[in-house]
Design a protein around this ligand. Structure first.
Ligand SMILES: Nc1ncnc2c1ncn2[C@@H]1O[C@H](COP(=O)(O)OP(=O)(O)OP(=O)(O)O)[C@@H](O)[C@H]1O
Ligand SMILES: [Mg+2]
Length: 249
C-alpha cells in the first residue's frame, strides 16, 4: 500500500475505483479506519471480511450513499455522488428491496427509464428471461419470495449496463440453479466489479483478486492465486481466510 505522502490518484492512470485514507464512523463505532485501495478498470475483486468488518460501509461510500469522515474516493475520477459517477455505477445493496407496490416489470421499466436505457422494453424482457422472472412479471414485489426479490434487485442493479458494478452479497437467498445463472451473468459482464461475499466459491470462481477487511482495516490485499497458495496441505480456502481474519483481529 502507498505511503501517506503519495497520491494514489496521480499514480493510477487507469483506476476505476480509488479510496485514499478513508475513515468512517457511526457515532462512536469506527466502521472504516484509514482504508486505501485501488481497483484498476476491468478487474474483479472480492471484498471479504467477518460480520461487522466494514464491507457494506465500504460499498455505500463508493456509491455515494455515505460520505467519508476523512479521505477521498473517486469513481473513474468522479466524486461518488456526482451524476457522472451514478451513470456508470451499478449497485446491489445488502438486503435490497425494490419498490414493493410496483410489479416486477414496472420496477424494471421504471429504473431502466430513470437510468436512460435506450430500449427499455428490450432491456426489461432480456432480464426477465435471463433471471427466470417471466412468470412473475405482473406480480407486485411485496408478494414475491425473498429469492425472487433478490433476482429482481440484481436485474435493477445491472439493467443500464454499468461499467462499474458493486454487489453486496449478491447470491443471498438464491437457489442453487439461480446462483449458477447469476454467476454466469456476472462472469460475462465486461465491467469492473467488487463483490462482497462470505461464500469463498464466489470469490474463487468470479474474481481474480481479493481485499480482506477486519475491524475496519484492510488486512490482506492480493490475488486469489496467492490466497490459494497459502493453503496448508488439504486445508480448504475458507480456513485460510478464517486464519487471516483471526490473526488480524
Ligand atoms: N447505520 C449504522 N449505524 C450504526 N452503526 C452501523 C451502521 N451500519 C453499520 N454499522 C456498524 O459499522 C460496522 C461495519 O458494519 P458493516 O455493515 O459495514 O459490516 P459488514 O462487513 O458489511 O458486515 P456483514 O458481513 O455482517 O454484512 C459494524 O460495527 C456495524 O455495527
Ligand atoms: Mg454487510
Amino acid at each position: 500500500m502507498s505511503g501517506r505522502g503519495t497520491s494514489l490518484v496521480s499514480l493510477s492512470g487507469h483506476a476505476c475505483i480509488e479510496a485514499q485514507y478513508v475513515t468512517k464512523s457511526y457515532g462512536k463505532t469506527v466502521a472504516l479506519d484509514d482504508v486505501s485501495f485501488t481497483i484498476p478498470c476491468g478487474e474483479r475483486f472480492a471484498l471479504l471480511g467477518p460480520n461487522g468488518a466494514g464491507k457494506s460501509t465500504t460499498l455505500k461510500l463508493l456509491v455515494g450513499l455515505l460520505k467519508p469522515d476523512t479521505g477521498t474516493i473517486r469513481i473513474s475520477g468522479y466524486e461518488p455522488f456526482s451524476s457522472d459517477a451514478k451513470a456508470i455505477l451499478g449497485y446491489l445493496p445488502e438486503d435490497a428491496t425494490p419498490y414493493r407496490t410496483l410489479s416486477v416489470r414496472e420496477n424494471l421499466e421504471y429504473i431502466a427509464a430513470l437510468r436512460g436505457v435506450r430500449d427499455v422494453r428490450e432491456a426489461t424482457d432480456r432480464f426477465l428471461d435471463e433471471l427466470n422472472l417471466r412468470e412473475y412479471e405482473r406480480a407486485k414485489v411485496g408478494k414475491l419470495s425473498r429469492g425472487n426479490m433478490q433476482k429482481l434487485a440484481i436485474a435493477l442493479a445491472l439493467i443500464h449496463r454499468p461499467r462499474i458494478v458493486l454487489l453486496d452479497e449478491p447470491l443471498n437467498y438464491l437457489d442453487i440453479p439461480t446462483q449458477e445463472r447469476v454467476f454466469k451473468m456476472l462472469k460475462s459482464l465486461e465491467s469492473t466489479q467488487i463483490v462482497s461475499t462470505h461464500i469463498m466459491s464466489i470469490a474463487t470462481r468470479l474474481t481474480e483478486k481479493a481485499i480482506m477487511i477486519s475491524r475496519g482495516k484492510i488486512v490482506w490485499n492480493g490475488t486469489i492465486d496467492t490466497l490459494k497458495s497459502l493453503e496448508q496441505g488439504e486445508e480448504p480456502i475458507e480456513s485460510v481466510v478464517a486464519r487471516l481474519m483471526t490473526n488480524a483481529g
